[in-house]
Write a protein that binds this ligand. Structure first.
Ligand code: FAD
Length: 390
């Protein structure tokens, strides 16, 4: 096939992407081949190995500065790596890149001590964390918090209940967001705290098995008592969690968008291959227009989505990121990926439905993408506001 429109935007970082793809092919694909066919997620030790190996090669958390243990890559390059991971179809590839368990943009606003003690080990892949923001009655409306942090002198006491927390069982650190009471009658919005997972009073509650791989957890805080060193950003961070979180959301959404585009491209590729081979009524099924409709519609949507995500990533590198752009990209890419996997499975018929087929796994895995990092509806709310519609 001739050069695709999106290849124009991909070409700048082709060396990094090719090196990453070669790492996937040479090292990760053989390791993934040893896992049981029906495995939804790698065992913990393999996941740790992949993260550390990728960090040593400079891919994991590649956009973090070298002095923090990263590779100083432009954000667009990182977005292309996430795309490549999704496109590879390799179960281990996403674990080679920093995601929701990796270095948190929240910690970039940490004090120098917090950066050194917590952020650097995360960038190097030596440590993982979890983010405890969602509560039973605060999901999309994330800052309507009932978890509280009350200050008495130099000490903070945290109480509350967080839910749907990823990676809580493996993380070394929890980033906990709580409604803040200065102890003198003043409340000042939300504050983010960094806590070791073995902090007295902090414990994992219920475990939720999801549609695919990773379980989620409840995190309970019962009179967790910490000093000022736990407040992300120190004195300036008190009451600043909403602003800090909003600031960091755009990049997270673009990374999810890139992974979605990669998954959609993978689903499309195997759909086309299958449509060329599989025979029905004496001809390859790809000869039939109803089958072509599934694949061509996906092709059009994936190409448009890739262009949008890559253009938004470039805007981030140009220092002109806007939350509504990232919202548009995440909305488009996640919805595209869900449709792409669904259509490719349809093209595969029963073959794609069978446990152990990549599409059977992806059909369950991709479904979370329209929920995490803000639901599709929430992305639309962001875009509507930017359009002056309240
Ligand atoms: C796989 C996975 C991993 C997660 N990991 C984490 C994690 O690590 N840490 C963490 O804190 N949370 C995590 N979450 C929780 C996630 O952030 C929330 O599920 C998400 O923000 C949505 O909240 P909710 O599930 O409570 O849905 P709700 O907010 O109850 O929404 C329910 C429905 O109402 C719609 N809706 C809500 N408000 C509006 C509105 N204003 N306009 C239109 N429609 C609206 C939503 O779009 C949705 O369709 C995870 C969730 C999943 C599925």
């Amino acid at each position: 096939m001739s050069a695709t429109p999106s290849s124009v935007l991909e070409s700048d970082h082709s060396e990094i992407v090719e090196a990453f793809e070669s790492f996937i092919r040479r090292e990760l694909v053989p390791l993934a081949a040893e896992l049981p066919e029906t495995a939804d997620q790698p065992p913990a030790d393999l996941r740790t190995y992949v993260r550390k190996r990728s960090a040593a090669l400079g891919f994991y958390a590649g956009d973090y500065p070298e002095e923090l243990g990263g590779a100083g890559m432009p954000f667009t390059a990182v977005v292309l790596l996430h795309h490549a991971a999704g496109r590879s179809g390799c179960l281990l590839a996403p674990y080679a890149l920093a995601g929701s368990d990796g270095p948190s943009p929240l910690l970039r606003n940490g004090t120098p001590e917090q950066v050194e003690r917590h952020l650097v080990p995360l960038v190097r892949g030596e440590q993982t964390r979890c983010l405890a923001l969602t509560e039973p009655h605060a999901g999309s409306d994330a800052f309507r918090l009932t978890t509280t942090a009350v200050r008495t002198g130099d000490t903070w006491e945290l109480n509350g209940r967080k839910t749907f927390v990823s990676n809580a069982d493996r993380a070394g650190l929890a980033l906990v967001v709580a409604a803040t009471d200065l102890g003198d009658g003043r409340t000042v919005g939300a504050t983010a705290f960094v806590l070791p997972m073995d902090q007295p009073g902090l414990r994992i509650g219920q475990r939720y098995e999801g549609m695919s791989g990773e379980p989620l957890f409840e995190l309970l805080l019962d009179r967790v008592t910490v000093g000022p060193e736990a407040v992300i950003g120190g004195e300036e961070g008190i009451g600043a969690a909403t602003a800090l979180a909003i600031d960091s959301l755009s990049r997270g959404r673009l990374v999810v968008a890139a992974m979605c585009n990669g998954i959609a491209e993978y689903a499309l590729r195997i759909g086309v291959e299958y449509a060329r081979e599989r025979q029905a009524f004496g001809r390859p099924i790809g000869d039939y227009q109803h089958v072509q409709e599934h694949l061509v519609s996906t092709r059009a949507e994936v190409e448009a989505s890739k262009l949008l995500t890559l253009a938004c990533a470039r805007l981030v590198d140009a220092g002109t990121e806007a939350p509504e752009n990232a919202a548009l990209a995440k909305l488009t890419a996640s919805e595209t990926a869900v449709r792409a996997v669904d259509r490719s499975l349809q093209v595969h018929g029963a073959t794609g439905w069978v446990r152990g087929h990549p599409l059977e796994f992806l059909y369950r895995y991709v479904r979370m993408m329209t929920i995490i990092e803000g639901t599709s509806e929430v992305q639309k709310v962001i875009v509507a506001r930017a359009m002056g519609l309240n």
